[in-house]
Design a protein around this ligand. Structure first.
Ligand code: NAP
Length: 283
């Protein structure tokens, strides 16, 4: 039977530490600010943006919301990004994805100053992560690493399997596990013998986007199982990629959904915003 990794508790501790540092900076006259840009009326994006604003409040970080209409052009959004790049009260810029189809996401990410790219999606930051000399880590994989650390299980020498190879989760996740000397396998939709590969994992990270994808027969006895997936069942309930009840019986540690990786992503965004602001005191 697994121990549950409590993402709410771990994220609360991260946010508390961030808050202390933000308030210490404030006492020295340095304010910390995050600009959150949302384009259009995607209801899921609205929920994420509201949660980010709440987290900013909890961490004493100033949040500046820019809600733009669905028909916003790429040029208009690029102009806003440029303005925020040059605004000293803004330490971090987050453009909520996905963007409407008339806007090229890559062009927007490329336009964000790498020093304010608190999502760590800019090619410069992605490259820095590859070579292990980074300012920011992408929030979801960084949050997963915090959750793994909270168990006391070390990554070094462990067989780690990541299911999913997206730029925002799977690939950076694999890189962070590699930086901690895990032996990492990345699986995707063309992987053969996926179940056999997963079954070798001491640490299994699922980032697929399919409910109940990871079943107990794919999991090694005593594995650490991290569920990044956020899916909606037909009844509207949130669930992960892991068939929780049966995998719970086999894993040593498991993250629930909700209450696992999700809260960590936002906590790491707060941490990255603080890191971005610290640049001001070094200059
Ligand atoms: P994505 O871009 O859709 O990537 C999904 C990955 O899963 C792809 O690499 C895909 O392989 C792979 N995949 C799909 N079907 C598969 C199959 N049958 N066998 C093996 N691999 C398969 O999704 P994402 O952005 O990485 O997100 C993944 C999940 O995490 C989603 O549920 C998302 O909502 C969630 N998420 C949660 C948080 C959080 O804060 N908790 C943050 C981000 C994302 P191919 O590359 O071959 O297509």
């Amino acid at each position: 039977m697994a121990k549950i990794i409590d993402g709410k508790a771990v994220s609360a501790a991260v946010k508390e530490d961030v808050k202390k540092e933000v308030e210490a900076l404030k006492a020295n006259g340095v304010e910390v600010g995050l600009a959150v840009v949302i384009v259009g009326n995607n209801p899921a994006s609205r929920v994420y943006v509201n949660n980010k604003k709440k987290a900013c409040e909890a961490c004493s970080i100033n949040s500046y919301e820019y809600a733009l209409p669905e028909e916003t052009t790429e040029e208009e959004l690029l102009n806003l990004v440029e303005k925020l790049n040059n605004d000293d009260s803004v330490d971090g810029i987050l453009v909520q994805l996905p963007l409407p189809s008339q806007i090229d996401e890559h062009a927007i990410i490329a336009a964000i100053s790498p020093e304010k790219d608190v999502d760590a999606f800019h090619a410069e930051n992605v490259g820095k992560i590859m070579i292990g000399e980074y300012n920011f880590l992408p929030c979801t994989p960084a949050g997963v690493m915090e959750l793994i650390h909270s168990t006391g299980v070390t990554v070094e020498g462990k067989d780690c399997v990541v299911i999913g190879r997206s730029n925002i989760v799977g690939k950076p996740m694999a890189m962070l596990l590699l930086h901690e000397s895990g032996t990492v396998t990345i699986c995707h939709s063309r992987t053969k013998n996926l179940a056999d590969i997963c079954k070798r994992a001491d640490i299994l990270v699922a980032a697929v986007g399919k409910a109940d994808f990871v079943t107990a027969d794919m999991v090694k006895e005593g594995a650490v199982v991290i569920d990044v997936g956020m899916n909606r069942r037909e009844d509207g309930k949130l669930c992960g990629d892991v068939k929780y009840d049966e995998v719970f019986e086999k894993a040593s540690y498991i993250t629930p959904v909700p209450g696992g990786v999700g809260p960590m992503t936002i906590a790491m965004l707060m941490k990255n915003t603080l890191t971005a602001a610290k640049r001001k005191i070094k200059e």
